[in-house]
Design a protein around this ligand. Structure first.
Ligand code: 5AD
Ligand code: FES
Length: 343
């Protein structure tokens, strides 16, 4: 294993077989995390970037088998924030020092291109020094271009799994890995800073699938890579499937840091949900971004992608303060600039 870790730190030229070995070996995790932390230190120092997350609609026309806000989940109380409510969240975030807003939602037909552009233009006009990140799913290229021209800079769209057959086991036939990837290439071509990623331990996932995910990411070369453990969501087809583990998720964070020294890697809420120190452990394994919630507290519980989600009761300011303490205690520093990727 030491030889493989050394390779990951130097030319990063591992075979598929070697990558699989790293993912399956647990007894060298401390050395792997230390190597990842050193690489992150060399590019980003102790900086941890914050992005204010605004979950502005939990309506979704899709029916992904794993997701707690899928169309078929009839128990979900649906909500949408209007333009003013979204701007108010940004205002709160700005006062707390955030310079990146992530507008995330289900694929909600109410938010037509005209409405999305109007929203982005309003945020852009009010917060000219901030990065605007959209995370609203699969759209035609022209739509992505229109949002970009309205002032959006970044787009998050996890590829979920790079393997077509595995993709088909996680999604209904109306969705395909091919279209997902098309979206990501379109976003890059338009000029967005792109974030992709996948769930760790999603149902039917194999080690080979994870290696394919790493290879796809190497081709795409995104600026941000978001991963978190799969966590079963009640009232979904996967409610009884086992969740992804902390150990494998952390190992993947470390491998991603080593393969992508410059990437922005969030210590995700899902990681914080499966372990009380999950996000801190993520930082020690190479993560350098946290995404505190800026959504109004009364809608938080309704945006439940999975069971047990943390931070649903905390006001934005409390979440901000809590994270600051956690990041510092872990030995890192919260940085509140835009946090653009360093290439
Ligand atoms: N467990 C963990 N992550 C999930 N996501 C959706 N449902 C779940 C779940 N049950 C992730 C997906 C999606 C992101 C917004 O949340 O990867 O892209
Ligand atoms: Fe949100 Fe701790 S990070 S409450």
């Amino acid at each position: 294993m030491n030889e493989l870790i050394r390779k990951l730190q130097t030319d990063r030229d591992l075979s598929d077989r070697e990558l699989a070995t790293v993912l399956q070996t647990g007894d060298s995790d401390d050395a792997l995390f230390a190597a990842a932390d050193a690489v992150r230190q060399s590019v980003y120092g102790k900086a941890v970037f914050v992005r204010g997350l605004i979950e502005f609609t939990n309506y979704c026309k899709n029916d992904c088998y794993y997701c707690g806000i899928r169309r078929g989940c009839k128990s979900v109380q649906r909500y949408r924030l209007d333009r003013q409510a979204i701007l108010d969240c940004c205002e709160t975030g700005y006062a707390l020092g955030y310079r990146t807003f992530v507008l995330q939602g289900g694929e909600d037909p109410y938010f037509t291109d005209a409405r999305v552009c109007d929203l982005v233009q309003a945020v852009r006009a009010r917060f000219p020094d901030c990065a605007i990140t959209l995370s609203i799913g699969e759209k035609p290229k022209d739509s992505y271009r229109a949002y970009f021209e309205s002032g959006a800079n970044r787009y998050l769209l996890r590829h979920e799994t790079a393997n077509d057959a595995h993709y088909a086991k996680l999604h209904p036939a109306s969705l395909s890995a091919e279209n997902r990837k098309r979206c990501l290439w379109d976003l890059k071509e338009i000029g967005y800073q792109v974030g992709s990623g996948f769930m760790v331990g999603s149902p039917f996932q194999t080690t080979e699938n994870l290696v394919e995910d790493l290879r796809f990411l190497q081709r795409l070369d995104p600026d941000m890579i978001g991963i978190g453990p799969f966590i079963p969501a009640p009232n979904t087809p996967f409610a009884d499937k086992p969740g992804g583990t902390l150990a494998l998720t952390l190992r993947l964070v470390a491998v991603l840091r080593l393969l992508f020294p410059h990437a922005l890697l969030p210590a995700t809420t899902a990681l914080g949900t499966i372990h009380p120190q999950g996000r801190e452990l993520g930082l020690h394994a190479g993560a350098n971004v946290v995404m505190p919630n800026l959504s109004p507290v009364d809608v938080r519980e309704k945006y439940a992608l999975y069971a047990g989600q943390i931070c649903t009761g905390e006001e934005a300011a409390e979440c901000r303060a809590c994270l600051e303490i956690r990041v510092r205690a872990a030995g890192y520093e919260v940085v509140t600039d835009r946090g653009d990727v360093r290439r």
